[in-house]
Design a protein around this ligand. Sequence first.
Ligand SMILES: Nc1ncnc2c1ncn2[C@@H]1O[C@H](COP(=O)(O)OP(=O)(O)O)[C@@H](O)[C@H]1O
Ligand SMILES: Nc1ccn([C@@H]2O[C@H](COP(=O)(O)O)[C@@H](O)[C@H]2O)c(=O)n1
Length: 324
Amino acid sequence: MLGMRGVLLRSRHSSRHPSAERVVTTLVSYFRPRVAGLFSSRGMAANASNVGEPKANTNGRFNGRLNGVEGKSPFLIGVAGGTASGKSTVCKRIMEKLGQVDVENAQRQVVSISQDSFYKELTPAERAKAERGQYNFDHPGAFNEDLIYQTLKDILAGKKCDIPVYDYRTNSRCEGQFITIYPADVVLFEGILVFYFPEIRDLFHMKLFVDTDSDTRLARRVPRDINERGRDLEQVLNQYMNYVKPAFEEFCLPTKKFADVIIPRGADNIVAIDLIVQHIREFVVNRNQDQMRNEGHASPSPATSPVHGARRPNTPDVYFKRPH
Ligand SMILES: Nc1ncnc2c1ncn2[C@@H]1O[C@H](COP(=O)(O)OP(=O)(O)O)[C@@H](O)[C@H]1O
Ligand SMILES: Nc1ccn([C@@H]2O[C@H](COP(=O)(O)O)[C@@H](O)[C@H]2O)c(=O)n1
């Protein structure tokens, strides 16, 4: 059982700032004309990108490699950063560059999971607060730490996992709905506090922090929460001033020091994303070569990997070095 070491429970529902109301009023008058009429029907926002039932998969192999087969341990990447910093967009770009977006679910070698799928279920009293924008979803105690840890351990053990689907409109999980994560080469786990809990942080092979300035994040969060998460402007701004901003400073920002790579400007930073993608490719190719050698096969060409990207076909194997 994981404890709540280092978590300041007193601030869970008490992050109100004295000047917050005045600031919110100013922000409301700034944003209202900019977001009017932007409502849409989207709302379910579990981010796992390996969704749905598996398609039959020829004798458990894809391009000559194990795929979707239990026992395969992935390269696990944590992606942290403030709200609306671009974490899920960065994960999407990585998957796109690895050619994984149009790949069938069961054959996908790179999957992305959101920490938001692991929010705790609320009591009726908490639910009422959440509906008024008065629940602190940015406090570490809002997440089911044990479930995150156990799920990531299962993923690392190469087990197939079911991830809860979270609905921001109801502030709760969708009952009976899960996303199946099949064993993959690379798993991205993104969220505001993925580096907060030491036991969880220690599971990642690579840690990224998406560092986007707070004005940009607020400017992106407001329309997103209104359009996709069913919120109104005043609620979004109140929640931001009372909970999101103080919790970012107290819990999220201090975890930046744990990152291996800091990505300024998020998904706009193509150079950083390309470097990360190159690192992932090298890991996957190396791992698959080792695996096939261990199985007694000839060393595969990098081009046989679904994540080989734009590699030149005659690149010598020695070019690929397993990351330390
Ligand atoms: N580089 C960018 N330029 C413009 N809009 C962006 C950029 N990155 C993200 N967004 C938008 O900002 C919002 C938040 O991005 P998202 O990736 O969901 O952030 P996070 O996962 O950190 O909350 C989304 O509406 C997204 O489309
Ligand atoms: N019911 C909920 C659950 C979470 N939030 C907010 O979502 C933010 C985390 O998601 P990002 O995609 O922005 O990283 C977090 O800041 C919570 O405030 C919410 O509003 N309602």
